[in-house]
Design a protein around this ligand. Structure first.
Ligand SMILES: CO[C@H]1CCN(Cc2c(C)cc(C)c3[nH]ccc23)[C@H](CO)C1
Length: 295
């Protein structure tokens, strides 16, 4: 049925990029000094989840467009998380503070779902309960979090989508979310970031409770994000269904500086993703007309 979230055609043909990832969107902001592009995930007929840092406060809606499937959509408005402020810690010498790095982009006209444009599942919605085939109907949001971000296991496999070259072909990248005792080592590497080195005293000043951490070489060598993947979904797959658990926010090291992926990531290359379970009030408030949220 068209109303099922997190569906994607299983295919190895790179030509099928769009129907394999029908929820992946590209957001383009045209400014006087050039264009900025970010990724986003379609979550309902009007909304895309992306990163707040993709936008400047003075970006006007008419300069933003979103590619969903093959169609270019006009934007009605961008809703920033109220607690997002990249300049919040400038006084402490922290030039970029990514806490609450999430925004909702509302498109002007309702998206007509089709095999190349379909929503991803997000936590604590009935769609995700169905996707997880949770037997008892009174499944709670906590059940989703326990199943998806299992802390006892400590390492949770996840994927994100990277654009190989300029044109369409997309490829899936594999990472492990460090939810257990490897989480601290993962978070600590944030201080290797050029702009945090010698400035940040403790990790928690920049890696807040809102973030999930991936990357590094322990237990296996993870893929790393590039700046251009900002705003894209961090996805957990269950039974061939795709559930977004976080938004790609920032990384310690940009593999694609100036263009395509190149070279080898250093072991301290970690990526930080805005955990959707940490911003549920924001999601409920703005998506309640279109998605049924659980208690
Ligand atoms: C704290 O200092 C760093 C913050 C952000 N980094 C840029 C960046 C952004 C903005 C977003 C995503 C997804 C990135 N993936 C990899 C790098 C990267 C630069 C390092 O390149 C400096």
């Amino acid at each position: 049925a068209m109303d099922m979230c997190g569906m994607g055609k299983e295919s190895n043909d790179p030509e099928d990029a769009l129907i394999k990832n029908p929820w992946l969107t590209t957001i383009t902001i045209s400014r006087t000094d050039g264009e900025e592009a970010c990724k986003g995930a379609l979550v309902s007929e009007y909304f895309i989840i992306t990163a707040a840092h993709c936008f400047n406060v003075d970006d006007e809606a008419h300069l933003i467009s979103v590619k969903i499937g093959r169609s270019l959509n006009k934007v009605e408005k961008v809703i920033f998380h109220p607690n997002y402020n990249i300049n919040a810690k400038k006084a402490e010498g922290i030039n970029e503070f990514y806490d609450y790095d999430i925004a909702l982009v509302k498109v002007k006209s309702k998206v007509k779902f089709n095999p190349e444009a379909r929503p991803i599942c997000i936590p604590c919605t009935e769609g995700t309960t169905r996707a997880l085939r949770k037997v008892h109907p009174d499944t709670t949001c906590k059940d989703h979090e326990d199943e998806l971000l299992n802390v006892n296991v400590g390492i949770v496999p996840a994927i994100f989508i990277a654009q190989k070259r300029k044109h369409e072909d997309l490829e899936r990248k594999n990472v492990k979310i460090k939810t257990g005792d490897k989480k601290h080592a993962c978070n600590r590497d944030a201080l290797e970031a050029s702009i945090y080195k010698n400035v940040v005293k403790n990790v928690k000043d920049v890696v807040t409770e809102r973030f999930l951490c991936t990357g590094g070489i322990d237990p296996v060598v993870d893929d790393n994000t590039c700046k251009g993947e900002s705003g894209g979904p961090l996805i957990i797959t269950k039974k061939k269904r795709y559930i977004q658990v976080a938004v790609i926010s920032w990384g310690v090291y940009d593999l694609c500086k100036g263009g395509e992926r190149h070279g080898q990531s250093p072991p301290f290359a970690r990526d930080f993703h805005l955990n959707l379970f940490q911003v549920l009030p924001f999601l409920r408030e703005h998506l309640k007309e279109e998605l049924k949220f659980l208690p």
